[in-house]
Design a protein around this ligand. Structure first.
Ligand code: PEP
Ligand code: MG
Length: 542
C-alpha cells in the first residue's frame, strides 16, 4: 500500500501500530557475552562482594533511568528493580558462590533456576526477558563490558536490535520514530511499549540484524514490512487526530494480576476489572496459599479496583508450571496437557478453597465478585464450573473462550454462564497451532489474522443469540484499532492492562456503533492480517 521506492531489501515481520515511519537506522550493539562457567580463585566472600557491588551498580543505574523516564516506563523499570533487588536472587547465587563458582557463574545459574521456575507460566514467562536482561547487566558490570546504550538525540532514527529490554526502550528519545526487532511477537514488551508510544514497529523480523547501520529505512506497520529507502514512504496511512464523539461505545475494563495493578487501574478510566489473574499468589511456593491469605488478597483487590464489575479468573496453572504441590507430573506438551480448569480433575481442593475465598472476600468487601474459569473446552466443564461456583454462593459466572472446541459450542452455553471472555492470546495459539512463546511462529499469532476475526465474529453472533455477554481480555484488545473492530463484531467489553486503557478508550470514543460495524465489516472481508488492518484503517479514517 505504501511506496514506490522499495528496493530489493524488504524485511517482513509483524507490524505494530497504524502508521509508517522513516529514519536512519541505528543498530544496537549485540548483547554482552556470558563467560564460560568458571570456579574462582577468590574466596566466596570476595566473590559475593563483587556480586553485591555489581547488583547495586545495576540498581542505581536503573533507578536513575527511571527518574528521567515517563510514568509508564518508570513503572516498568521499578518492576525490574524489584526483580533485581529481590534477596532471593542473591540467596540463590550464594549457594553457587559457596561452591567456589565465580560471581558471574553464580548469578547466571541463579537466573537459570528462576527462569525454569517461571517458564511454564505464560504470565510469568513474560518476565523472563526482563530477568535475562538484568542478569546480563550484572554480568556486564562484573566483566567490564558496556551495556549502556546511547542513542543520538537528533533524528529521525529507526532503532534496530535483536530485541529490546524495558530498560533499553526507556532510553528512547523523541528522535526514535520507528523500531525493528528480530525477536518479539504481538504481545512482546517491545510491541506493547511501541503501541503505547505511537511508534510504528516491526517485530519478529527474521533477518533484522543483517540491516546496516546508518541507512535510510522505511517502516510500514500495516503492511508488516520495512525496506531501505532514501525518503519517507508516500501514501502510507497515518492516523489523523482522533475526535472524541461520545463515551466509549463499549465498556473498557482493566487487566490485573495483583493489588498494585488494581490500584493502577483505579487511576485510569477503566470500569472495573475484566481479568484478575490469580496466578501470582500461587507461584514460587512450597504449598498452596491458605484460605485466609487468598481471602485477604481478593478482598484488597475488590477494595482497590475501580468502580464496575470485577472478574476474577480462577487459577490458570499448567502441568509444567512450578506448582509441585498440585501433583502434576512431567508432560511432553504442557500447553496441551493438564492446565487451567483441567486441574480440577486431579485436585478438587485448590478450586474449592479459591472459590470459598472469593465468596468470603465478596462478603467482607461488600462488593460482588464475578468469576470465570480458564481453559474450558467442553459444555460439561463449563457446567461443572458453574455448579461449583454457584454452590459457593457466587452468582455472576463465566468461562474463558480460548480453545477452538468451546468456540463451536457457544450456543449451548445458554443458561449455564452469564458471560464469556475471549482470551485471544491462547485462542490464537490453539486456533493456529502456534506456540505463543515461539517468535518463529509469531506471524500466525497476529490477532488481525482473518481466521481469528471470523472466529470472534461467530462467537459474538452465537453469544448474542444465547443472551450471553461477550468480552475480550487477551492482548488483542489493547490494539486500539482492533478494539474498534471487536466492538463492531459485537464484543461488549474489552479488558486491557492499565497503560492501554486511555488509548483504547479514545479510539472507542471516536466512533459510533454503526461506524465500528463498518470498520469490522471491512476487516472481516480480508484474507490476510495486513489486509485486514489496512481495510479497517481505511474505513476508520474515512
Ligand atoms: C488469553 O489467553 O488471552 C488470556 C487473557 O489469558 P492468559 O494470557 O493469562 O493466558
Ligand atoms: Mg489464556
Amino acid at each position: 500500500m505504501v511506496s514506490t521506492q522499495k528496493n530489493n531489501s524488504v524485511y517482513s515481520g509483524i507490524g505494530v501500530g497504524d502508521g509508517t515511519a522513516w529514519g536512519k537506522t541505528v543498530l544496537l550493539a549485540a548483547r554482552p557475552k556470558i563467560p564460560a562457567e568458571a570456579k574462582s580463585l577468590l574466596s566466596p566472600k570476595e566473590e559475593k562482594d563483587r556480586l553485591v557491588e555489581a547488583i547495586s551498580f545495576v540498581v542505581s543505574h536503573l533507578r536513575e533511568t527511571a527518574e528521567k523516564a515517563d510514568e509508564t516506563t518508570a513503572d516498568i523499570l521499578l518492576a525490574l528493580l524489584a526483580l533485581v533487588e529481590d534477596p532471593a536472587l542473591l540467596e540463590e547465587a550464594e549457594a553457587h558462590l559457596a561452591d567456589s563458582w565465580s560471581a558471574e557463574t553464580s548469578v547466571v545459574r541463579a537466573m537459570r533456576s528462576f527462569t525454569e521456575l517461571l517458564a511454564g507460566d505464560d504470565l510469568f514467562a513474560e518476565r523472563i526477558p526482563d530477568l535475562n536482561d538484568l542478569v546480563l547487566r550484572v554480568v556486564a558490570r562484573l566483566t567490564g563490558q558496556n551495556m549502556t546504550v546511547s542513542l543520538p538525540k537528533v533524528g529521525p532514527i529507526i532503532v534496530v536490535a535483536e530485541d529490546l529490554s524495558p530498560a533499553e526502550t526507556a532510553l528512547f528519545t523523541d528522535a526514535v520514530v520507528g523500531v525493528i526487532t528480530e525477536g518479539g511477537g504481538p504481545t512482546s514488551h517491545t510491541a506493547i511499549i511501541c503501541r503505547q508510544r505511537n511508534i510504528p514497529a516491526l517485530v519478529a523480523v527474521k533477518n533484522a540484524t543483517t540491516i546496516s547501520n546508518g541507512v535510510g529505512m522505511a517502516i510500514d506497520a500495516i503492511a508488516g514490512e520495512a525496506y531501505e529507502s532514501d525518503s519517507a514512504p508516500v501514501g502510507g496511512a497515518t492516523l489523523t487526530k482522533l475526535v472524541r464523539k461520545n463515551d466509549p461505545i463499549i465498556e473498557v475494563k482493566g487487566n490485573a494480576g495483583s493489588v498494585a495493578d488494581a490500584v493502577a487501574l483505579a487511576n485510569t478510566q477503566a470500569s472495573g476489572i475484566g481479568l484478575m489473574r490469580t496466578e501470582l499468589l500461587f507461584l514460587d511456593r512450597a504449598e498452596a496459599p491458605s484460605l485466609a491469605e487468598q481471602t485477604e488478597l481478593y478482598k484488597r483487590v475488590l477494595e482497590e479496583a475501580p468502580a464496575g464489575e470485577v472478574i476474577f479468573r480462577t487459577l490458570d496453572a499448567g502441568s509444567d508450571k512450578p506448582l509441585p504441590y498440585l501433583g502434576i507430573g512431567r508432560e511432553e506438551n504442557p500447553s496441551l496437557g493438564v492446565r487451567g480448569f483441567r486441574l480440577n480433575d486431579l485436585d478438587e481442593s485448590t478450586l474449592d478453597i479459591q472459590l470459598t475465598a472469593l465468596a468470603e472476600a465478596q462478603k467482607l468487601a461488600k462488593r460482588s465478585v464475578s468469576v470465570m474459569a480458564p481453559m474450558i473446552t467442553t459444555i460439561q466443564e463449563a457446567n461443572a464450573f458453574k455448579e461449583l461456583a454457584a454452590a459457593h454462593g457466587l452468582n455472576s459466572i463465566g468461562v474463558m473462550v480460548e480453545t477452538p472446541s468451546i468456540c463451536a459450542m457457544v450456543p449451548e452455553l445458554k443458561g449455564i454462564v452469564d458471560f464469556v471472555s475471549i482470551g485471544t492470546n491462547d485462542l490464537s495459539q490453539y486456533l493456529f497451532a502456534a506456540d505463543r512463546q515461539n517468535s518463529a511462529v509469531a506471524k500466525l499469532l497476529n490477532p488481525w489474522q482473518p481466521a481469528m476475526l471470523r472466529t470472534i465474529s461467530r462467537i459474538c453472533l452465537d453469544a448474542q443469540e444465547a443472551g450471553i455477554k461477550v468480552g475480550v481480555c487477551g492482548e488483542a484488545a489493547a490494539d486500539p484499532l482492533l478494539s474498534v473492530v471487536l466492538a463492531g463484531l459485537g464484543v461488549q467489553t474489552v479488558s486491557v492492562a492499565s497503560p492501554a486503557v486511555q488509548k483504547v478508550s479514545d479510539y472507542l470514543s471516536s466512533v459510533t456503533s454503526e461506524e465500528a460495524k463498518a470498520v469490522a465489516k471491512a476487516a472481516l472481508s480480508a484474507i490476510s492480517p495486513e489486509q485486514a488492518k489496512q481495510l479497517a484503517l481505511a474505513e476508520f479514517t474515512n
